[in-house]
Design a protein around this ligand. Sequence first.
Ligand SMILES: [Zn+2]
Length: 317
Amino acid sequence: MSTTLKVGQFSAAQGKKTAGVQEVQVAGHVVQVPLFLVHGAKAGPTLVITAGVHGAEYASIAAALEIGQTLTPEAVHGSVIVAPVVNMPAFRARSIYVCPLDGKNLNRVFPGNPDGTASEQLAHWLFQNLLKQADYYVDLHGGDLVEALIPFTIYNVSGNEQVDRKSKELAQVFGIPYVVRSETRGSTYSAAAHEGIPSMLAEAGGQGLWPREAVALLTTGVNRLMRHLGMLEGPAPEPIPTLSLDKFIWLRSEHDGYYYLDVNVGDTVRQGQLLGKITDFQGNTLQTVESPADGRILFLVSSLAINKGDPLLAVGA
Ligand SMILES: [Zn+2]
C-alpha cells in the first residue's frame, strides 16, 4: 500500500483527509472537480465513489457530498476517494443527460480519449486519475431532471468472471432490492469493470429533487458496502433480498413531439400493453408506446416535450 493517496494536485498521507477542487483542462476549458481524499489510518483497499456524471441527478450528488464530509481517516480501513460532481459544466448548467461543452453524454464515452471532445477528455482524466486507483468502484446516479425512477443498482458483465461475480456481489450488498445486469459499454462502471475493477452503479431520486430518503438510500448503501468490504468496522450488513433483472429494456422516441404516458414508475406491465403515445404538435398520434416485456417500469421520462432518440422508459424483466 502506498504511503500517500494522491489525485491531481491533492494528496493525503496515511491517517489524513484532504478536500479541494481540482482544475482539469479539457479541450480548452477548465473543469472543476471537487474531491475528498480519505486515507485511513489502517490498511485496506481503495474505494472510489463518483457522482454527478449527470449534473442534475441531485440525490446522488448530495449523498456523495455527505459521504465525503463525514468519513474520517480514524474510521476507514484503506482509502476512499469521493468526487461528488465529476461533470461540473452539466451541474452548473442544470443540463439534462449531456455535458453542455460538447453535447455528449459523459456516461457513454468512458474510458475517454485524451485527444477527443471535452467529455471524452474529461472521461479520460477521470478514468486515469480516479477510477484506475480503485480496488472497488461505485458510481452514484438518479433520475435526471425529467426522469422518475424506482431505486435500483446495476453491474456490468465484462467477461472476467471473477470481476463480474464481485461486481454483482457489491450491487446486492448495497441493499436496493432491484439489481440490473448490463452489458452496455462506455459507462463509468463498465469501463472500470473491463479494467478488472469490481464496480457498480446505484440510482435513487429524480425529477430535480433530492428527498432525504433517496439520499439516505445511497449513503446507507455505501456504508453497507464498506462494512461488507471491511473498510468500516461494525456488523456485516444484514442481507436484503434482491431481485436480479437480466433484462433492462429501454424504449426511445422515434419522433419530436408531445409524450403522453398512462402508467406510473414502479407499475407492473405486460408485454404488448399500451403504455402511452407520442403525438405531433397538432395532437395526432405518431407512435404508440407498448411494453416490450412482462416486467416493471424502473424509470420513465415525465416531460411532455420529447425529441427523436430520447429515452421514454425502461422495463426491467
Ligand atoms: Zn445518471
